[in-house]
Design a protein around this ligand. Sequence first.
Ligand code: AMP
Length: 582
Amino acid sequence: MEYIKLAEAYSELENTSKRLHKTFIISQLLKETSEEDLEHIIMLLQGRVFTDADDREIGVAAKLVLKAISVSTGFSISNIEKMWKEIGDLGEVAEKLCGKKTQNTLFSSDLDIKEVFSNLQKLASLEGMGSVDQKVKLISKLLTSAKPLEAKYVVRTVLQDLRVGVAEGTLRDAIAWAYLPGILPNYDLDTNQINPENREEYNFQVEAVQSALNKINDFSKVAITAKKGIEELNKIKIVVGKPLKVMLAQKVLNVVEAFETVGKPAVLEFKYDGFRMQIHKFEDKVTIFTRRLEEVTNQFPEVEDFVLNNVSADSCILDCEAAGFDSKTGKYTPFQSISQRIKRKYDIEKMAKDFPVELNIFDIIYFNGEDLLSTPFKERRAIIERIVKEEEKKIVLSKKIISSSEEEAQEFFDESISLGNEGLMFKNLEGVYKPGSRVGYMIKLKDVQDPLDVVILGGEWGQGKRSGWVTSLTIGILSNDGFLEIGHVGTGLKEKPEEGLSFGEITELLRPNILEEKGRELVVKPSVVISIEYEEIQKSPGYSSGFALRFPRVKLLRSDRRSDEITTLEEVEDLFYNQKKS
Ligand code: AMP
């Protein structure tokens, strides 16, 4: 398929904020897409060229793209920079300038989807000496062939900032609309409504796509299978070794609210302050994924051994929290101390000795060939109780009680905190496992003054001895309308890396994500997540969230979190009103 078809769809998507209309646009595009192009189209619609499980990144800074636009259009860098400052979006700049290209380079050849996709992937593999020039060459080659609209979206995709607003739920629905029988005619483009008479049938078909996605977290594969029909779709099964999204927890502020949400009696468990591991075992092969579905098996050889030695299952998928502890005192240590193991590629054995972890297993989603996603939690828990041989400070089940009593819950909460944990999890005894969802079957209760997880949206270059570092960070929380600012923070970051999370480290993490620079100020792609401590939440018209934090301090880097897993506006509102009452 020609890339222009996708570019036109992007443009239509950008021009509507209505979800059903977006779904319609995507479903029309999918219907026209051949099986060969489907995988690429699905990824490109999400603005990406690598799957979750692939840790490669395009990693091209805006400065390089600027150079590529200059090479391909003949305009000077300073001219392009000036336009960029005026317009604020390098994609639009590329669109405008490509339209002014001289005749002989105009549309030298048509871009096709496969070519764009593979060239974008190639960008990630260019490393070392001369790679900067090669990257510029590759991008400018694409831009030379691009029509103006194509140039806009090539640039935005390279910068990982597509701005067309395709949420996962929309893509899921569009797959159903495109391929499942009779679902598309239910939509009326003029009124932008679904025929209410067919609602049940409609939900059933969308649910079939969602259920497949729960089992293999791969939109492309699900789309290709849906194209073959609903029977094929229903045959999709969990594959041990391929990560599933993890189920997320809703937050409550006290034990009363916790019971109201999950019901009574409930399972109450310690909430360990470690990091999540989804562990797949198939005979003697163990694969470990983080909550972001990155594979970390090599970094945790001891965990591999714990599972091989202590879990009796031919195959299984376990949901766990790896909690760090002090090898001398045995006390749990905060997430911070073990987080460095996640990305570590060398000295693995030494790290395992210096920063030991205890594996706390709290759930199971697959056992000896059987998918347990729809099995009630109490039965899933019974399975882990049966198959795990516990060994203190190596592999244990999360500590639990079953209770209906607020007093007992409060005591259990206090006990958990006194042992260095974060609080409690409340779980519905009958709850099913919903990958990727924040449903009311699993609730977290932490201390009210717990840090907020926020994403960095921008910052300011420092001055004097701090020049070259991003010093003041603009931070944001999540809402239904995207990220909203909640303040600026610089306190807590260190000048010397040996003292903790440093300005230098944050700067290097932000550098490839820079989208815009105006004077000392910069806007970055929202991807780096940090935890912030604060004294109080205040109302503030100065920030788009309507709230500000009093005395914010950076506590730590949450490299295990994605930007869509951070604190939400709803949670901040709750925290605000709760602190007012007390
Ligand atoms: P939060 O990180 O604040 O969103 O809280 C949810 C996280 O708590 C999960 O993703 C797990 O990593 C972690 N956790 C710790 N202990 C448990 C437990 N017993 N059950 C479920 N999740 C737990």
